[in-house]
Design a protein around this ligand. Structure first.
Ligand code: SF4
Length: 317
């Protein structure tokens, strides 16, 4: 796998003093905890399109919730066209990176990816919209994982987003050896239990797609598979779906484990189901048996080690 995962990020979250008042919104989660694994490409659309620091604060204004205007709060100067023109050029620049995702600054009229206040002409908030830059980015790269910094403090959302980044990195790495049906089959095989933990139905649908792969044009096959993979991974992995997967994996050891070992594993899975222990507990025990009984197939399953253990992302879900 490539060294670090390349992720675009709102520049103020990196500690850059680019906000309207000359301040920053440094996120220690991004720099100190995730920093060792992610390579950031910081972007500040307001400074990028030529606005000074400090500057008058902006907000979204208008009745068209899909296309509100980007306007200065007090003087009412409309910067929409200026911003859009710069974003079009910037998106072409960003397309040149092997980006695996974007972490946006919440609530910003330029960078907020959801729930950004939209005001009417009289200055009252009347709706929730999307920042001008964030909207254009997500339209240009609809399948890239995106998240807001604030939501990353929720353990479940953080785990899901980071897992998607690592999947994206593996997806990109697969292309290094070329787009072949064989590499797609291997990718699908190694992600079997991860996809099942999100959606058994999607796993089945993707399996049929791969099985019929010889009938497809290779580019179209990869495109369709990736679209389905993205849909599956954005679904919520529930406790019951994880329990289903854990029981499936346990089935591989039915001839290896003693009665006591089976009982212990079942109790741990039950404890996870009841919310007494996090997912890392049954996963750790299963990984122990994978090593002990040399289960090669399971050793390759990304579900059992979706991201570096140091991130402790399975300790809270
Ligand atoms: S929210 Fe976006 S536009 Fe505002 S300062 Fe941060 S990076 Fe710049």
């Amino acid at each position: 796998m490539s060294e670090k995962i390349m992720v675009c990020v709102s520049a103020c979250l990196m500690g850059e003093k680019v906000r309207y008042d000359g301040s920053h919104k440094h996120s220690h989660l991004l720099t100190d905890i995730l920093g060792p694994y992610l390579e950031y490409v910081p972007v500040c659309p307001e400074v990028g399109c030529g606005m000074p620091i400090p500057r008058e604060a902006l907000r979204l204004v208008g009745n068209d919730i899909e296309h509100p205007r980007l306007v200065t709060q007090k003087t009412g100067i409309d910067h929409t066209e200026k911003m859009q023109s710069w974003v079009r050029t910037e998106l072409e620049r960003l397309a040149g990176f092997d980006l695996c995702g974007f972490i946006f600054m919440p609530k910003s009229p330029s960078s907020g990816m959801e729930r950004v206040k939209v005001y009417n002409d009289k200055g009252f908030p009347v709706a929730k919209g999307v920042g001008v830059f964030a909207r254009m980015f997500m339209e240009r790269f609809p399948l890239l994982p995106v998240e807001e910094n604030g939501r990353l403090h929720d353990p479940g959302l953080r785990e899901n987003f980071i897992r998607r980044l690592f999947v994206m990195q593996r997806w990109r790495d697969m292309f290094i050896t070329g787009k072949t049906l064989g590499s797609l089959v291997e990718f699908h095989t190694r992600h079997k239990y991860m996809i099942m933990s999100q959606s058994p139905e999607m796993y089945s649908s993707m399996g049929k797609l791969v099985a019929a792969g010889k009938q497809w044009d290779m580019d179209e096959l990869f495109e369709e598979y990736f679209s389905q993979l993205t849909s599956a991974l954005t679904l919520k992995a529930t406790v019951s779906k994880n329990v289903n997967v854990l029981m499936h994996i346990m089935g591989y050891f039915k001839r290896d484990l003693t009665g006591d070992e089976k009982q212990e594993l079942l109790e741990i899975i039950e404890n996870y189901k009841e919310g007494h222990v996090p997912l890392i507990v049954p996963i750790t025990l299963l990984n122990h048996y994978v090593r002990m009984y040399k289960q090669e197939y399971l050793a390759g399953q990304w579900y059992l080690h979706p991201h570096p253990i140091e991130l402790k992302l399975l300790n809270h879900v």
